[in-house]
Design a protein around this ligand. Structure first.
Ligand code: IMP
Ligand code: MG
Length: 175
């Protein structure tokens, strides 16, 4: 497999994240925001989105695993790294790279909700249209895309391509 057609350019991602960051800044004005990045995929989105958030925001990360090296969701979610801090009475914004089946996020939301945060919302750069297997509310979403497997901007294929500055499709072939 190799890098295929560019689906979303670096420029388009940048202006979308700026837009999302402005909305987040307005909505959380005067509140103590904790942004929670879901590793590994969200590390790039988190860094770039956060620089458009004009608030004294705090950060934490979780690591979960839902895929092996394959491109199919397994439905099995494991928490590999939990939050460092308590989130009771905190305004929590989960930052995701992509929502595919929604199983990962659904599991995360459930396990965080029982910790009684003041609020719990989701920001995702990409949402795959119409294939969520569970109903989800994504408060801040960047782009709706088709069902194809994509790479770049944090998204990997077998651990690679996360550093591409754009989102691309995969293509058959070497490299
Ligand atoms: P879900 O549980 O099916 O929503 O999958 C969520 C996770 O699967 C994401 O956080 C990604 O790590 C991974 N994933 C889903 N679709 C893609 C894709 O098209 N490219 C790369 N990773 C993906
Ligand atoms: Mg992945």
């Amino acid at each position: 497999m190799k890098v295929g057609k560019v689906l979303i350019s670096a420029e388009d991602i940048s202006s979308k994240l700026e837009e999302m960051g402005k909305a987040i800044s307005e909505d959380y004005r005067g509140k103590n925001l904790l942004m929670v990045g879901v590793l590994k995929g969200a590390f790039i989105v988190m860094a770039d989105l956060a620089r458009h958030v004009d608030l004294p925001v705090e950060f934490d990360f979780m690591a979960v695993s839902s895929y092996g090296a394959a491109t199919q969701t397994s439905g099995v979610v494991r928490i590999l790294k939990d939050l460092d801090q308590e989130i009771a009475d905190r305004h929590v914004l989960i930052v995701e790279d992509i929502i595919d089946s929604g199983l990962t996020l659904n599991y995360l939301l459930k396990s965080l909700r029982v910790r009684r945060p003041a609020s719990l919302e989701v920001a995702a750069l990409l949402v795959k249209e119409g294939i969520q297997r569970v109903p989800l509310e994504v408060r801040y979403s960047g782009f709706r895309i088709g069902p194809d497997f994509v790479i770049g901007y944090g998204l990997d294929y077998a651990g690679r391509y996360r550093n591409l500055p754009y989102v691309a499709l995969m293509e058959e072939g070497d490299g």
